[in-house]
Design a protein around this ligand. Structure first.
Ligand SMILES: Nc1ncnc2c1ncn2[C@@H]1O[C@H](COP(=O)(O)OP(=O)(O)O)[C@@H](O)[C@H]1O
Ligand SMILES: [Mg+2]
Length: 268
């Protein structure tokens, strides 16, 4: 049932990396997890080892109202995946226009997916405002915003706090309480990085879910189309991602610990 939506006003900050590895960590903790790629970049699949020439996906065909169950991929990680699917520039515009005309195009399948009480859904999104983000946010138990510990992300704080990056100020205001922050690519050897991280921690307080160090293991895992915990289980980034997943799991299921003995996959 719970939806964790990964978003950011900025691109290239690690949203897709966090979405993939958070989904994996929740799965390893015993949750049934479905990861949905809502970014036309179609990059979430890369973390799960899908073949590069596999262009199929759910969101890409959304205007034709596809059966989301048929688009689900089982991945070796145990996470079930709804890839975005390949779209060209014209397709991106057409998809946005179709969702603008009918917000239920994504809303209806999303409600059906979230009706499964045992399923945790992790959604990856494109940078900044998008129709998909607007459709996801009202359903999100946690809206995890990924930022870097740098000046560019600091400059985005007013956009973030006002909710403007969600596309509509009112929407941001309504769902601000569910907003949490993940700080990515923190470099302990950099004065700028550690000072910005400290300032962010003071600014966000308990809204900071955690921080992930800058770690080549992350980039290497992606280059090998693997998840960080599989590729480099002893890396500092793997430990950071595990901590964040534990915090998210606790927030989602404070009263319901995972049942590792339960069958991992039943019908979604
Ligand atoms: N903590 C990290 N350490 C090193 N490289 C990282 C880290 N987080 C992300 N990256 C790299 O940064 C790039 C952008 O990450 P990505 O998840 O695609 O960002 P976004 O989805 O926000 O555009 C990728 O090449 C990824 O491997
Ligand atoms: Mg991405």
């Amino acid at each position: 049932m719970p939806l964790v939506c990964i978003a950011s006003p900025k691109g290239g900050v690690g949203k897709t990396m966090v979405a993939a590895n958070l989904a994996h960590a929740l799965c390893r903790a015993g949750r049934r997890v479905l990861a949905i790629d809502c970014d036309p970049q179609n990059a979430l699949r890369l973390h799960f080892g899908l073949p590069l020439d596999d262009h199929a996906g759910f969101m890409a065909g959304l205007p034709r109202r596809p059966d989301w169950r048929a688009a689900i991929r089982e991945t070796p990680s145990g996470v079930r995946l709804l890839p975005h699917g390949t779209v060209d520039a014209r397709g991106v515009l057409a998809l946005a226009a179709a969702m603008e005309r009918d917000p239920d195009l994504l809303g209806a399948p999303l409600r059906a997916i979230l009706a499964d009480p045992d399923l945790v859904v992790v959604a990856d999104t494109a940078p900044g405002p998008s129709r998909a983000l607007a459709a996801l946010v009202p359903h999100a138990a946690t809206l995890a915003i990924v930022l870097l510990a740098d000046g560019g992300s600091t400059a985005q704080l007013p956009e973030l706090e006002s909710g403007r990056f969600l596309g509509r100020g009112t929407l941001g205001g309504l769902f601000a309480a569910r907003m949490r922050v993940v700080l990515n690519e923190v470099e302990s050897g950099s004065r700028l990085s550690t000072e910005v991280a400290g300032a962010m921690a003071r600014h966000f307080g308990p809204r900071l879910l955690g921080a992930i160090c800058r770690d080549m293991a992350v980039a290497e895992a992606l280059a090998c189309q693997r998840l960080v915990a599989d590729h480099a289980p002893d890396s500092p980034a793997a430990a950071d991602l595990q901590d964040i997943a534990q915090t998210v799991d606790l927030a989602l299921f404070a009263a319901a610990p995972a049942q590792p003995a339960a069958p991992l996959w039943g019908p979604v």
